[in-house]
Ligand binder design. Structure first.
Ligand code: TRP
Length: 379
């Protein structure tokens, strides 16, 4: 099998999540853990999340904490690299919103405007500022607990993060950062130092100024993230003891595939293989209609031989968003038996995705400046 590249800065073709989990040394998620989560929180884990979450680091300990009424908080983030987020960005925030409402815990959301300036050639800080505001609106539309959620940009919150950045900076050797992220001797100093900014929010001490953290400076951090972000948190876990904090727990998720194939990752750099959250219904239908199909090219062959949903992008997209097991299974079997055509599958999925995006757009247009300021605690 060809090697797969998955780093925080480059995600190539994904051939096997299992292999990745092994390579990274994460623990595969189990049904037992999902069931324990459900028992403990009294919240059903929707089927799409059971597929979406693939591995973890000490999620079991988080459930112990929950059981023992020990406080913890959630931490996630977003690097603003396009003015509208896409479907693949919606998922992690919806998942975080789900976890937050199940656990009823604080959530901090880091917007890494600095990261995009350092890693994305050609972007100016002014351009990033515009994307940041647009992305924050997108994120707010995912519906969090208003009083337990804090969104911050690195360039504005840096003074609060800096003490932890300094502590970690004193402890972590350059060679460690180089080997963890594949940085070379000619990597800029800015890039080399950036990981400390993404690591600092993993320790509650960075948020002592916030009311929801008051009196809990040693709360455990729980990080839901796509598996490519794991290197940051491996680093945090290794040095947590030295900064006298509990190791952050991590919940790893898959990537949403792009429209060209189930082994790709949806990316805003290719507008045609990506469904933006600002796309119109017409654009979405057109894009899904041109997505890679697992059916036969000729209708008569398809009726006779049937199609393969494992490689069918529209059906796969549906599995990421839809909780209705029976319907998904019905579509799978009908497609496999040739009763549903490629076009029918595409249109059915397009209808579903359009309904999700329309709902999102409605919620986004209702985000007020007041609400925006509230999440950023500017008031
Ligand atoms: N680096 C992430 C990105 O490029 C953003 C991010 C910052 C993040 N902190 C995080 C993602 C914590 C998950 C968890 O999108």
């Amino acid at each position: 099998m060809k090697g797969q590249t998955v780093t925080p800065f480059d995600v190539g073709t994904i051939t096997s999540y299992e292999k990745l989990i092994n390579e990274f040394g994460c623990t595969p998620i189990t049904n037992d853990l999902f069931e324990r989560f459900e028992r403990m929180t009294g919240t059903k884990m929707p089927r799409q999340y059971r597929d979406y979450v693939i591995s973890h680091r000490e999620f079991d300990v988080v459930l112990d904490d929950f059981e023992n009424k020990k406080p913890f908080y959630l931490y996630t983030g977003r690097g603003p690299s396009s003015s509208s987020m896409h479907l693949g960005h919606l998922l992690p925030f919806q998942f975080c919103s789900f976890l937050q409402s199940a656990f009823k815990v604080p959530l901090v959301i880091q917007i890494t405007d600095d990261e995009k300036f350092l890693f994305k050639k050609g972007l100016t800080m002014d351009e990033i500022k515009i994307m940041t505001v647009e992305n924050i609106r997108d994120i707010i539309a995912c519906d969090f607990d208003r009083d337990l959620t804090f969104i911050f940009t690195n360039t504005s919150f840096v003074s609060d993060l800096y003490p932890m950045v300094l502590k970690l900076g004193n402890l972590i050797p350059t060679s460690k950062v180089q080997s963890t992220f594949g940085f070379a001797a000619d990597t800029s100093v800015g890039k080399l130092g950036f990981p400390l900014m993404q690591c600092a929010p993993s320790f509650a001490e960075s948020f002592t100024g916030l009311p929801m953290f008051s009196g809990k400076p040693k709360m455990r951090c729980v990080i839901p993230c796509a598996i490519d972000q794991d290197p940051y948190f491996r680093l945090c876990r290794e040095f947590a003891g030295k900064v006298k904090h509990p190791k952050p727990a991590v919940i790893h998720t898959k990537f949403l595939p792009g429209l060209t194939g189930v082994n790709t990752k949806m990316s805003s750099s290719n507008t045609n293989e990506c469904i933006f959250l600002c796309d119109t219904a017409k654009q979405i239908r057109k894009k899904i209609n041109s997505a890679f199909s697992g059916g036969q090219e000729l209708l008569e062959d398809h009726r006779r031989l049937g199609g393969n949903t494992d490689i069918d992008v529209p059906h796969t997209l549906l599995t990421y968003f839809c909780s209705d097991t029976n319907w998904i299974e019905h579509l799978r079997v009908s497609f496999r038996e040739g009763n549903i055509t490629c076009g029918e599958m595409k249109n059915t999925v397009a209808d579903y995705i359009i309904s999700i995006v329309t709902k999102f757009q409605k919620s986004r247009s209702a985000v007020t400046q007041d609400e925006y300021d509230h999440y950023l605690m500017r008031k």
